[in-house]
Design a binder for this molecule. Structure first.
Ligand SMILES: [Ca+2]
Length: 493
């Protein structure tokens, strides 16, 4: 090869490499996470609700992969959100309760009734963590957060809190994400705490002309659709984090009317709250609008849509605001009702339509999945500490199993719904819960007993001991923080 040929040779390689690179950038899928707050396992038509109308969510399942055994990283909100953003489980991130937690938000009399007190834990998405948005942004994505954030410290000083806002955590755009876990109201002007509204004072809500008169979910959806339109020629990451279906339980009156009529026809509906039903339908309506916009722009084939929830449905035991049956209990609980959630992935270029898998998955799996799907890179230390597994093999072939020993939960806290400090594990069909107050293990076989009605720990002490060891090994592995004896409680005795 003479000099000229060598030059030509390298030039050709350069052109080839540039083309490959360009092709890669172009083929990066758009990523849309539809993260619903508090949506229960049975809160969609496709997962068994006989009351709620969710044709758009059901359609995602018809055209994608439905996970029957999907779990949230936590029984409450903020820990799951950290898990989604960082790939770290709550026992590792140490964000183990909602921010800033039931303990801080309860009076001394309430705390004095509890034998244990929660350990020190982290009440923010710490600034040293790269978020999924940071990494996608570096990989060439446009990035937007819309809706609930709830990952800042609860400090009423904007200068201290601002570094924790989505626009400082990798998101170019932040619509309505702030320190709060719920709006004051779903109806405009969404006030909370005072007439001005803390959310609006700190400038994360769009201007009044873009919100006036709009139901909160509709307003957020307008922005989602607008951003998809604006970014149609670039890969984008939309973290659409619904405030719904969290309290306050307030449906749009037209939809509430429909459910009141429907509920009047029978007493046999699983769920019985027309306001909540209307909230679920508002989410479904929003999902439909996002999907339709992607289709209109021809983007839906190569968009990875993930639909899931941050914890189980709120279930007071009387069908309101929802009912997780056949699962036991709800939000806050260690039982399946507190942690099993709907999950659907739609991505036509990769995921076979209309498929279902019973492979257990958990919130922090989406982080490595999205790294794989997008080509985004995390630093080696971060990668080494990830608790989730990439779901890519499962997305490509829903019949495969992930090579995973167990899923873990760690909640050394009391929950307002009644849950006490606990850790839990699922391995295969087995589930065990370690309750800290009395150092007790409950053991269930989920294949025979999805409703966790039959505690096998006394019948199967060896299995219970084995499960306890698995939980303890995990706690040791991540140096998990355990609750301590409550000095207030001793004083009461
Ligand atoms: Ca939640």
């Amino acid at each position: 090869m003479n000099y000229k040929n060598i030059s030509l040779y390298f030039f050709s390689i350069l052109v080839l490499a540039t083309n490959v690179l360009a092709a890669d950038t172009k083929s990066q899928p758009n990523i849309v996470i539809l993260f619903v707050d508090d949506m229960g396992w049975v809160d969609t038509g496709v997962t068994g609700s006989d009351l709620y109308r969710t044709p758009n969510i059901d359609r995602l399942a018809d055209e994608g992969l439905l996970f029957t055994d999907a779990y949230s990283a936590s029984n409450v909100c903020s820990p799951s959100r950290v898990a989604l953003m960082t790939g770290l489980a709550p026992d590792r991130s140490r964000v183990s309760d909602w921010i800033d937690g039931q303990w801080a938000n309860s009076d001394k009399a309430w705390r004095a009734e509890k034998p244990l007190q929660p350990p020190e834990w982290t009440k923010e998405l710490e600034l040293h963590h790269d978020t999924m948005a940071d990494l996608l942004n570096e990989a060439g994505y446009r990035t937007a957060h819309i809706g609930k954030w709830h990952l800042t410290p609860r400090i009423y000083d904007h200068e201290i809190v601002e570094p924790y806002y989505p626009y400082n955590r990798g998101f170019e755009v932040n619509i309505a994400g702030n320190m709060w876990g719920a709006p004051g109201s779903y109806f405009w002007p969404y006030h909370r705490n005072n007439a001005e509204g803390f959310e609006r004072r700190i400038g994360n809500f769009p201007p009044e002309e873009e919100t006036e008169g709009l139901y909160l979910t509709n307003m957020l959806t307008n922005h989602a659709v607008r951003l998809i339109q604006a970014w149609k020629n670039e890969p984008f990451f939309l973290h659409f984090s619904y405030y719904q279906v969290h309290t306050p339980i307030q449906g749009r009156s037209d939809m509430v009317y429909h459910y009141k009529q429907k509920l009047a026809t029978s007493e046999d509906f699983l769920q019985t709250d027309p306001q909540y039903a209307a909230m679920v339908e508002a989410v479904d309506h929003s999902v439909g609008r996002v999907h339709a916009k992607l289709e209109e722009l021809g983007l839906d084939e190569n968009t990875l849509i993930i639909f899931t929830s941050d914890n189980g449905g709120k279930d007071r035991g009387d069908g309101t605001p929802t009912n997780n049956f056949p699962l036991r209990e709800g939000k806050g609980s260690a039982y399946e009702g507190g942690i099993r959630v709907p999950a659907i992935v739609r991505w036509p270029t990769v995921v076979p339509a209309g498929t279902v898998t019973g492979e257990p998955i958990i919130t922090h799996d989406f982080f490595p999945t999205i790294l794989k799907a997008s080509g985004a890179k995390a630093d080696p230390e971060h990668l080494a500490s990830l608790d989730g597994l990439s779901l890519m093999p499962l997305l490509e072939d829903p019949s495969v199993s992930l090579d995973r020993k167990a899923l873990y939960w760690h909640y050394p806290h009391y929950h307002g719904g009644g849950a006490t400090p606990h850790s839990a594990v699922r391995t295969g069909d087995w589930k065990a819960i370690h309750f800290y107050e009395d150092d007790r293990i409950e053991l269930y076989n989920l294949a025979d007993d999805l409703g966790e009605q039959n505690d096998l720990s006394e019948k199967m002490p060896r299995k219970a001991a084995e499960m306890r060891e698995i939980i303890e090994a995990r706690r040791e592995d991540v140096n998990a923080q355990d609750p301590e004896p409550n000095p207030l409680y001793s004083m009461e005795e």
